[in-house]
Design a protein around this ligand. Structure first.
Ligand SMILES: Nc1nc2c(c(=O)[nH]1)N[C@@H](CN(C=O)c1ccc(C(=O)N[C@@H](CCC(=O)O)C(=O)O)cc1)CN2
Ligand SMILES: [Mg+2]
Length: 284
């Protein structure tokens, strides 16, 4: 078997194109132009690239983007004041604080200061709670984007055994919940898991989000599995790879996401989707 490529770039571009159409319809109907506030604190080079891509996506779909590029030493109190202002600004439907934050800032407290209706990252405790309870709310972008990718395969999700490697707050754990809610039997693997190859070999759907190149060997993959690689690792030669041995896994899988050009592109498009959803659901 040679896997088909689950093309995150194409699927993300198509999603953005559909959102652009919905924005032009709503604006023509006299409704507000969706607005996204993107807050960057400090000068982490990777964060600067991600933020630039988010602002570019805003332009592409004719959202308003409100840009805040703040020095690394910005006091916590100033950030709370900014969030409070954005929470009460009717032009702003989505607020995003780029992570990681400098160490003197309590990221959890700052995120929980965002109005949950504007928390388009889906990181606020209220939104995570809504996901757990299968209630309406804004959902974390990377797992939600993966669900969109899975809908573009020719395979069902319901009833499959999904194995998720990685249990981070923003990716691995909500990913397991999304798959559970979609009808999968789920197994979460982490650093205390004793037989990672044994669990990976049982996966109809394998999602890996650890951040360690080559962690998952191609020979572990169950023939015909769908492989979703969320890892983004920059090697010494400057190239980007995921957590899965791509070529060997592609020889066994039915579908596989590339890195780059897979899940990362969906994360940004899903953030934009969440912002339109926030505007339509909570502020129209
Ligand atoms: N507030 C948030 N902070 C962070 C998030 C997040 O969702 N919200 N996620 C990551 C970073 N991130 C978005 O912010 C992100 C990471 C990677 C990509 C992406 O497009 N990756 C490309 C490769 C990009 C490259 O060349 O470096 C790909 O996979 O094709 C998008 C967004 C942590 N912080
Ligand atoms: Mg389908």
């Amino acid at each position: 078997m040679t896997a088909r490529i689950l093309d995150g770039k194409r699927i993300a571009d198509e999603l953005l194109e559909r959102i652009k159409g919905r924005v032009s319809v709503r604006v023509a109907a006299g409704k507000s132009q969706p607005g996204l506030a993107v807050v960057l604190v400090g000068a982490d080079p990777a964060s600067a690239v991600y933020v630039k891509n988010k602002r570019k996506a805003c332009k592409e779909v004719a959202f308003r983007s409100f840009d805040y590029d703040l020095p690394a030493e910005t006091p916590e109190a100033d950030l709370y004041a900014l969030i409070d202002r954005l929470n009460s600004d009717a032009r702003v439907h989505g607020i995003l604080v780029q992570l990681p934050l400098p160490p003197h800032i309590d990221a959890t407290a700052l995120i929980n200061r965002i109005d949950p209706r504007k928390d388009v990252d889906g990181f606020h405790a209220a939104n995570v709670g809504s996901l757990v309870l299968r209630q309406r709310g804004l959902r974390p972008c990377t797992p939600k984007g993966v669900m969109t990718l899975l809908a573009h395969t020719d395979r069902p999700v319901r009833g499959q055994h999904a194995v998720i490697v990685g249990v981070s707050n923003h990716v691995g754990r909500p990913m397991a919940l999304e798959l559970l809610l979609a009808g999968c039997t789920t197994t979460s693997c982490h650093k205390f898991t004793r037989d990672l190859p044994g669990f990976v070999a049982q996966a109809d759907i394998l999602v890996v989000a650890v951040g360690r190149p080559g962690l998952v060997k191609g020979e572990w993959i169950k023939p015909g599995a769908i492989v979703i690689d969320i890892g983004i690792n920059r090697l010494d030669d400057g190239s980007l790879v995921g957590d899965v041995e791509f070529d060997a896994a592609a020889a066994r899988a039915s579908w596989i996401t590339p890195v780059p050009g897979g899940v990362g592109r969906m994360t940004v498009a899903t953030l934009i989707e969440n912002t339109l959803e926030a505007a339509e659901t909570f502020f129209d």
